[in-house]
Write a protein that binds this ligand. Sequence first.
Ligand code: C2E
Ligand code: CA
Ligand code: CA
Length: 483
Amino acid sequence: MSARKEPLKTLVAAPPGAAVKSVEHAEIAREFAQVRASLDRGSEVGLHGRDRKAPGKRELHRASNDRHVEGRYWSVLGLCEIANFASLRRHLGRARADSLILDVARRITSILPDVRVSAAGRALVELSFERESPEVAADEIERIRKGFARPLDLDGEPHQLQMHFGVAAAPSVEDDEVLLAEAAESALDQSRIDGRLVMLDLSRADLAFDKLTLMRELPRAIANGEMFLQYQPKVHVRRQEIASAEALVRWEHPTRGLILPGDFISVAEQAGEIATLTLWTLRQVIEDQKKLRADGFDLLLFVNISGQLLADADFVNEVCELLAATDAKLGFEITETAVIRDPECAIRHLQFFADSGVTLAIDDYGAGLSSLAYLKKLPAKELKIDKMFVMQLTSSNRDPLIVRSTIDLAHALEMEVTAEGVETPSALALLSVMGCDMVQGFLISRPLGLDAFRKFLADDGHLDSANGQPQSFVRPESFWKRA
Ligand code: C2E
Ligand code: CA
Ligand code: CA
């Protein structure tokens, strides 16, 4: 780039149609510094540096509301990203696009004159200010967001900027810059996913923030071996034997302890880590199956596959490669809602898996929108009735009817039925009468780590059917609860 560098103020004030010179990335940062200096000298261009000052007392006490605490103020750190930067760059050319961030900064300062703004990238602006309460801060941020609903005049032409906003606010007493910056970045990640402004108030023990923290930690956790699997058996009711087992992932967090999948699977999905996690799980299951086979237990092992992955061609290819390289006997559990969302793509990918020898099970049946039409198209061999129906089987009037008709429906579609969440002998007895093929639940066993699971298999001696006397799984509750 041979272009002479224009000073910032010339760029911002460029008349319609005027040629705009290239501004390199580092140059923008330098120009922000220049503007900051000019601001300190009293310039009207409101771009500020990152140095955070506490607001004056009068300013802090401007408004009052229930979260306002005398003498306390909230530090706000926001990240604003131009979401459609690439397309704007195509329209405007590289040179003009590279200085777009200055237009963004100008609009922000025109809305909020006391804000401090700095460039954090070609398409990213960092802003900071203080307010007396997070509510007031949120109002200000909302004003900024609305300010971008109007197009920007770029060299005489209106251009609509789409923005992601990630904002974090913390009370002055907890003013930890690193935490605030991390939270703002997490909020921005979330904003990119949700397509809306995300603001985190660090003064609340906010679950949303907790999830965002987990989201950041997850890639490292997978790489560091903090994940492990537990196995929960499925028992074939008529054959009285363990037909298969389901692998359930857990996270042994170094400081938080055990985290169950309910708290991190959706996080992994949102963070785009679910494919990595599931591939890790599949490899681990393949390894564990080898160990079980060495012990003489040749069991089909099921892995839960997040619905989101059924639309992910890269993931499907990787799994097919993995399957081609192993003789493992695997099953995938898939929730029906995932299939309903994009049926054609999901069914095509499910067919690849079925063709590779994977047994497919429809998970959580009844919990979502049941659709018989799609069910018929799926190459699934097993239908798992959601535990919500099974757990109330003997206490509800409606649920036995649903379970009964589901079993009949699945059999008509030539699928076997598994009832999950079987906790009592009475539920097991009823399911058995209804013709349910397989049962899974705390009554039989809680999910167990591999070593405990091997011991469970060995203790029960269910493989010892040579004498034709396999042990019955219908045992007193006290027996089953020990596992
Ligand atoms: P799910 O596939 O429906 O798994 C069954 C859940 O019910 C498990 O919870 C299991 O521990 C629990 N459960 C089993 N028997 C009983 C019972 O008798 N009573 C009750 N109350 N609960 C029982 P968990 O392990 O917390 O897993 C929750 C969900 O997380 C799973 O639901 C599954 O959707 C998901 N999940 C687990 N591992 C993975 C994984 O590797 N990948 C993906 N994508 N999702 C996973
Ligand atoms: Ca499952
Ligand atoms: Ca389930």
